[in-house]
Design a protein around this ligand. Structure first.
Ligand code: 2P0
Length: 334
């Protein structure tokens, strides 16, 4: 039996973001406070659409990509709704309908777009009046990287200062400059499947066991400062160089966890080789890789068709999509 509808439906759309300086490691797992700040580009492909309405039923109802959610997937959304309800001083359950246009859990930032969309729609459904900064802090509690998908364009997520309430208040994302920068990100999908080890588990293992974690975190702080300068200077080759080294460094911390965690596949390496070959040909293309084998290649808008065709031409193992700068999360109906 369907629960009776008791509130208006709030619907939102949010886009994934790809970090050019990565978030990898938490200093507080409950509050989702990161060890280091990070910086991303919001994309214009693979959005998540989510609607939330308050119902008078006994439990939350969650539909995920057309199927009733259960298990860990449902629990994660319910836990997030509990946080929204606590902030709103409300107790009613909700009906959540969410769908991803892109692959889920494949290192293509579905949790970023997912929790940015859920935070936006749930805050509206429960009548929480949050400014974008507060919405970013809320989205962070669902998935760290979701804090960045509240905003469009180039976005920095501050690590924040201090622990507890002080950390929670100061760890939010905000858009940074980059006006006039209009790069492309060619997404080379080599595996659409859900990753075997979640980012959360991999991060925890890495921070706890890799002797290379601290050095990477320290260098990432410097990368972030340099990246902000390169974006202000609209210097795409420097942006690409920093992004590529930061991502490879992050993977080095995972590879050196004990036991090692490896998201890279032979196909990922083939694409990295192709990026090197493109650069040898004078095409300014740079790779970044998240918690999955898929590779994202940053280049100029003008070079994107060539880069896309080159990667697509590698064989049947790869499919490509070219993304550009995308928009902030938004409420589409109330
Ligand atoms: C990032 N990733 O900066 C990094 C780079 C993956 C590699 O943020 O535990 O899903 O929910 O906060 O946000 C993926 O981690 O992890 C991620 P939780 P999340 O984009």
């Amino acid at each position: 039996a369907r629960a009776a509808v008791t509130g208006p439906t709030a619907e939102s759309v949010a886009y994934p973001n790809i970090a050019l300086v990565k978030y990898w490691g938490k200093r507080d797992e409950d509050l989702f406070l990161p060890v280091t700040g990070s910086l991303s580009m919001t994309l214009d492909i693979f959005p998540t659409t989510t609607s939330v309405r308050v119902i008078d039923g006994p439990a939350d109802v969650v539909e995920f990509n057309g199927v009733t959610a259960s298990g860990a997937e449902r629990t994660r959304i319910e836990t997030f709704l509990d946080l929204v309800r606590a902030k709103a001083g409300r107790g009613e359950r909700a009906m959540v309908v969410t769908s991803n246009a892109g692959p889920t859990g494949a290192g293509l930032a579905s949790s970023a777009s997912g929790f940015a969309a859920l935070a936006t729609a749930a805050a509206a459904a429960y009548e929480l009046d949050l400014d974008p900064r507060a919405l970013s802090r809320l989205a962070r509690r669902g998935s760290g990287s979701a804090s960045r998908s509240i905003f469009g364009g180039f976005v920095v997520w501050h690590a924040g200062e201090g622990e507890g309430e002080a950390g929670d208040q100061s760890s939010f994302a905000e858009p940074i400059g980059g006006d006039g920068l209009d790069p492309a990100l060619v997404v080379a999908v080599v595996n659409q499947g859900t990753k075997a080890v979640s980012s959360r588990v991999a991060m925890r293992a890495t921070t706890a066991t890799s002797p290379f974690y601290r050095p990477w975190a320290e260098s990432s702080v410097l990368d972030l400062a340099e990246m902000r300068k390169a974006i202000a200077a609209r210097d795409l080759p420097t942006i690409g160089e920093i992004a590529e080294r930061n991502a490879l460094g992050m993977h080095a911390t995972m590879l050196t966890a004990r036991p090692g965690i490896r998201y890279l596949s032979p196909h990922s390496i083939a694409i990295l080789d192709t990026v090197l070959a493109l650069r040898a040909d004078g095409i300014m293309a740079y790779a970044t890789i998240d918690a999955g084998p898929n590779v994202k290649v940053l280049c100029s808008r003008a070079d994107a068709p060539h880069v896309d065709a080159t990667l697509a031409g590698l064989g049947d193992f790869v499919t490509t999509r070219t993304a550009h700068i995308g928009p902030a999360a938004s409420l589409t109906t109330t």
